[in-house]
Design a protein around this ligand. Structure first.
Ligand code: ADP
Ligand code: MG
Ligand code: MG
Length: 249
């Protein structure tokens, strides 16, 4: 699904990612953990194709094709979903309209027909209910004045509608209360399938009690310094990042 090889990324002329290797098979959930400033968000931005994040070496293959050759909207259309640490506010556009536009763009790219208002409403209401998202919230402008939990739920709804092949989630679990985290985790878990892969990026181990990954990677100083099974997340929680024994050592 995703094959990252010796990836080097520069931001503003400074090398932030210094040779990342990561292979995610279909159906797998991988977690990337690491201290603040280790390059976690940089990894999500480069996968999203955000301007200013320059690949200076290595490669990113998605379903065998060079992901870096695709524009951000082409990545979405190809089945890559990215949830950012700081969701953007979209004033003037209701959450409902935003979601309908996003879904129909992806459907068209997949060669499917566009959903009309009636079919979309039926679909979105069903999925929104599972995430405790009210009609009132769907009528508000996307993310404007949303609490941290509401933003994450809206984002999880978007992911549930788009049904991506690869979901990359850069998590703000710091701002989430336990209930909101559980709703998001349940939404994510409901999407786990043998055809779908997920990359969950998080500073905290807490989230990984709810979204249990198949593999955990520790990112430090722009490199993956250790990889292991789900228990590695617990180990980090107990010892802290500074005391983790790296694979290289
Ligand atoms: P994390 O998400 O793990 O906290 P980031 O990917 O946000 O880490 O940042 C990694 C490093 O890149 C940090 O040292 C940060 O200061 C630096 N960085 C991030 N964005 C920029 C930028 N636009 N220009 C220069 N340096 C940046
Ligand atoms: Mg950070
Ligand atoms: Mg970050």
């Amino acid at each position: 699904m995703l094959e990252i090889k010796d990836l080097h990324v520069e931001v503003g002329g400074k090398e932030i990612l210094k040779g990342i290797n990561l292979v995610i098979q279909p159906g797998e959930v991988h977690a990337v953990m690491g201290p603040n400033g280790s390059g976690k968000s940089t990894l999500s931005y480069v996968l999203a194709g955000r301007p200013g994040y320059e690949v200076t070496g290595g490669s990113i293959l998605y379903k065998g094709k060079d992901l870096t050759k695709l524009e951000p909207n082409e990545r979405t259309a190809a089945g890559v979903f990215l949830a950012f640490q700081y969701p953007t506010e979209v004033p003037g556009v209701t959450t409902m309209t935003f979601l309908k536009t996003a879904l129909n763009a992806v459907r068209v790219a997949r060669g499917e027909d566009e959903l009309d208002a009636v079919r979309f409403l039926k679909l979105v209401r069903g999925k929104a209910k599972d995430l405790n998202i009210t009609d009132d919230m769907l009528k508000r402008p996307l993310n404007v004045g949303f609490s941290g939990g509401e933003k994450k739920r809206a984002e999880t709804l978007q992911m549930a509608l788009l049904e991506p092949s690869l979901a990359v989630l850069d998590e703000t679990d710091s701002g989430l209360d336990v209930d909101a985290m559980r709703v998001v985790a349940e939404g994510v878990n409901a999407l786990r399938s043998p055809e779908r892969s997920m990359l969950v990026i998080t500073h905290y181990q807490r989230l990984l009690d709810h979204i249990v990954p198949d593999h955990v990677h520790i990112l430090a100083g722009g490199r993956i310094v250790k990889s292991g099974p789900k228990e590695l997340a617990r180990e980090v929680e107990e010892t802290g990042y500074a005391d983790i024994k790296t694979d290289a050592a």
